[in-house]
Design a protein. Sequence first.
Length: 188
Amino acid sequence: MDNNWKSATKADRVALYHVARAVADTTNLSVEAIMEQAFGHKLMVGTDYLSNFRSGAIGRPKAKLIHAWIAEHHAETAHTVDPRLFPKQHTDAWGDYLKNYAIQGKLSIVRLDKSMSLVQRKRNQPDPDEVLKLGEDFCFHLDSRIEGHAVAFQQYQGRWHPLPLGKKGGNATKVVKGTQYLPRVWTH
């Protein structure tokens, strides 16, 4: 589903109920509490309201609000229950990749005299191992167990930008086993 709730079918709304039920089952919230959170007010309806949601008879505008609230607050559970209604966001996929494959403790910063690029850390992140002054020159020191290629990114105003690690400012560079500085100094 493209999550266009204006044309959501009854089956889509039933599927949304099942996701809301799964979220309720994995939290201390009830389906009614999820609905109240999504609508932004206490429910002032009879007992049939939940029956209507369960049977897919809930209004499309209300379904849209419930979907948005679940996507914001319980995306992982929702994706597990119904990936069609709650597809994995690209930022989540990137975060999952980093969580599963990032190598910790093998990269450090070396201060230099020559300028490379502006790098800023994202707010609300753990305290960094190194703090650079704005505009301070640096390179990376990497201890790699494998050969391959490396790319690096910086996030600025919610967008990811590649750091120049390769030849003549390219984005990728060859990595060899052992310790090395990045970007590599090319002599030929």
